[in-house]
Write a protein that binds this ligand. Structure first.
Ligand code: PEP
Ligand code: MN
Length: 674
């Protein structure tokens, strides 16, 4: 009898559940209609006032029926979130639509890893089948997308327990990919083992190092168990499944355990129950985010080596009323005690307000790269904040397409290089040398690094006579393929050692994009030679480094072309560009080139960038260099670069223009007297 009664009640429950499901589906349909009408009327997706009102009405209705407010709000948060996601999807699905019903996603690790689970969560909204391209390392994941073998990369960027994922931050600095989305995934670590295993039997646990650090309290309760690090959580499960040894366990998600059909020995082993990993989705193409979707911008910046520089940069965010969500610092590889700052803030890159802020920020940074603009996933947070506080700003103000502000328009084809963009001189600080502003510096050294003794003798001479930077070509751009091509990295090692011994920053030329990253590890300044002034892939590559770049004017280039070439570097993020006038080709053949000193006062007006004059390559004859060098100082250059050699006639390149040490010494004292 009692059983019959229960069955009847259960039947009723089933009916109610079915009704709930039908109503949820009905609500979704209405949400879709809302989004269509929002599109027609150009209205924003979020209506926080309405959401707040809706929740309070629902909560008081719930109270009438005896439902407590916590229960009701929890359910309705989910319902509202679903509706918002649906609407967000509507406005961005075209970006994720590649015209097929599959999408190729590159991840680190194998299927079953947290990355694969987060990818499934993110791409579920676009109803596409995922083909995973699995890689061992994060840089390989990015490469798959850069080279077109995958549509998107999904990379973990931070975890609420163990913090930022350093390799991914470092990777973002160099990749050409844009961040186009983010996803958070709740990490639920479990201890898993083979079917006949138990916690007591375990002798070894395979774990990803991040997972191990997030569960270290639990692991310390198993003193007899060794932890062996593994590249990826799912792979560690795969390994124990394959080895089938009851003494081996792994830390992984429940999904990975199910995928590889192993036993869960204990759930909830993480130090923090609320353990989330945030992932970013990257693509070759930047996303043009609809103004109606709340969005975020991520950027990376480095501030100048002067005190208070970071505060100045951060004040720009404050002055423009930009809500900064995150600030993370990472050391710059190869530069001890120098840091790059990663910033996330609310806003849309298309918004003139944001563009103005970025323009101003660019003035206070020596490196600035926007990593991407993407719809914010942080729905719950925004809603909770606005639920509890007076919503002063109306949604219309918050999300409406901003009025384009009237700005001083810069008509030239370059912007960042122009004086209009930055009225004050750029001063580039390399070690303790300041280039630009009111400073006049001398860069000197051999045309090519030829041997240990040669470059050390030159370095000593530079230092003794007041030169500030040591030059030396290691990769030489020679007119004839049979001429000496330089000592390559062997030469760079010598140049670096000589620079270190005499405490002189070093400058050397890069010839090819693939060299840039490695040369930048050792050289303080990268030189782009005259023959490469419009080698755009090389310009873009040096633009991604944090090293100052000296860009030489092409032999057949106008200064407009020179400034546009500088713009290529600046636009990539690197705001430390030095221009160099080294003589151009004219019909005159007496001199190697014609030094165009007349442009220096114009350049000083047109750009804020420092300008160096190279009289050596202009005139080509050692006896005529000194007067040109002096003239360069008089017309307003920020410095000169000259070539010398311990034994000029024996120089392996540009022997005719190499000064003797004696000539260099005299030149320095004549410049001093000016
Ligand atoms: C150099 O500085 O060694 C050099 C090759 O210069 P340019 O590119 O001006 O010829
Ligand atoms: Mn030379």
């Amino acid at each position: 009898m009692a059983e019959k009664k229960i069955n009847k009640i259960r039947e009723n429950i089933n009916q109610v559940d079915a009704e709930i499901i039908k109503l949820l589906a009905e609500r979704r349909k209405l949400s879709k209609k809302v989004v269509e009408s929002k599109e027609e009327n150009d209205q924003p997706i979020r209506d926080l006032n309405r959401e707040t009102k809706l929740l309070s009405q629902i909560i008081s209705l719930g109270k009438k029926f005896g439902l407590d407010s916590h229960y009701v709000s929890k359910i309705f948060y989910d319902i509202i979130e679903d509706s918002i996601r649906l609407q967000q999807k509507h406005f961005q699905s075209s970006f994720f639509d590649n015209g097929t019903d599959v999408i190729r996603v590159a991840i680190q690790g194998i299927e079953g890893s947290y990355s694969s689970l987060a990818a499934k969560k993110f791409f579920a909204q676009f109803e596409k089948e995922i083909i995973f391209i699995t890689k061992k390392r994060f840089d390989e994941v990015a490469k798959e997308v850069e080279e077109g073998r995958a549509d998107f990369a999904l990379l973990p960027i931070e975890n609420t327990t163990s913090g930022g994922i350093n390799e991914v931050y470092d990777l973002l600095l160099h990749t050409t990919l844009s961040i186009v989305g983010e996803e958070t995934y709740k990490v639920k670590h479990c201890l898993v083992g083979t079917k006949n295993s138990s916690i007591a039997k375990l002798k070894k646990i395979y774990a990803h190092y991040q997972a191990a650090s997030q569960c270290d309290k639990f692991l310390s309760t198993l003193p007899n168990c060794a932890v062996e690090y593994f590249a990826d959580t799912a792979m560690s499960v795969q390994k124990i499944a394959a080895e089938n040894n009851p003494e081996f366990g792994a830390i992984a998600s429940e999904d990975a355990a199910n995928l590889f059909d192993v036993k869960i020995l204990q759930r909830k082993i993480a130090n923090q129950e609320e353990n989330y990993t945030r992932f970013i989705i990257c693509s070759r193409k930047a996303q043009d985010v609809d103004f109606r979707i709340p969005s975020k911008v991520s950027l990376v910046m480095a501030t100048p080596h002067i005190s208070g520089a970071l505060v100045k940069a951060l004040t720009v965010f404050k002055n423009h009323n930009i809500n900064m969500g995150k600030l993370e610092s990472r050391p710059i590889l190869g530069n001890p005690w120098e840091e790059m700052f990663y910033v996330d803030f609310d806003g849309n890159i298309k918004d003139q307000r944001i563009q103005d802020m970025l323009d101003e920020l660019g003035i206070h940074t020596r490196f600035l790269k926007v990593l991407g603009c993407y719809p914010s996933r942080d729905i719950t947070k925004a809603k909770l904040i606005h639920l509890h506080k007076e919503n002063k700003e109306t949604n219309e103000q918050k999300f409406a397409e901003p009025e384009p502000k009237k700005k001083k328009s810069i008509k030239r084809s370059y912007k960042l290089a122009s004086r209009e963009y930055k009225p004050e001189d750029t001063i580039i600080k390399v070690r303790d040398v300041e280039i630009g502003g009111d400073n006049f510096i001398v860069i000197a050294g051999p045309c090519s690094v030829e041997s240990h003794d040669q470059v050390f003798a030159c370095a000593r001479e530079v230092k003794e006579n007041g030169g500030r930077i040591l030059r030396g070509g290691c990769f030489k751009p020679r007119t004839s393929p049979y001429s000496f091509q330089g000592m390559g990295f062997e030469g760079l090692n010598e140049l670096e050692a000589a620079g270190n011994k005499y405490d002189l920053p070093i400058i050397t030329e890069v010839l090819a994009p693939e060299q840039v990253f490695d040369v930048a590890k050792q050289a303080d300044i990268l030189q782009i030679g005259a023959r490469n002034m419009q080698n755009f892939s090389l310009l873009k590559e040096v633009g991604k480094t944090h090293r100052p770049v000296m860009l030489k004017r092409g032999m057949m280039s106008s200064i407009d072309e020179l400034l546009n070439a500088a713009e290529y570097i600046l636009a990539q993020g690197n705001r430390q560009v030095i221009l160099c006038e080294r003589g151009i080709r004219t019909f005159e053949t007496t001199t190697r080139n014609t030094l165009d000193l007349g442009v220096i006062p114009f350049l000083r007006e047109m750009t804020h960038l420092p300008i160096i004059v190279d009289p050596s390559h202009a005139i080509g004859v050692r006896d005529k260099i000194t007067p040109l060098a002096k003239a360069a100082k008089v017309v307003g250059a920020h410095g000169i670069m000259v070539e010398f050699h311990p034994d000029p006639p024996s120089a392996l390149s540009d022997a005719d223009q190499a000064l003797t040490f004696e000539q260099y010494k005299n030149l320095m004292s004549e410049l001093e007297d000016l």
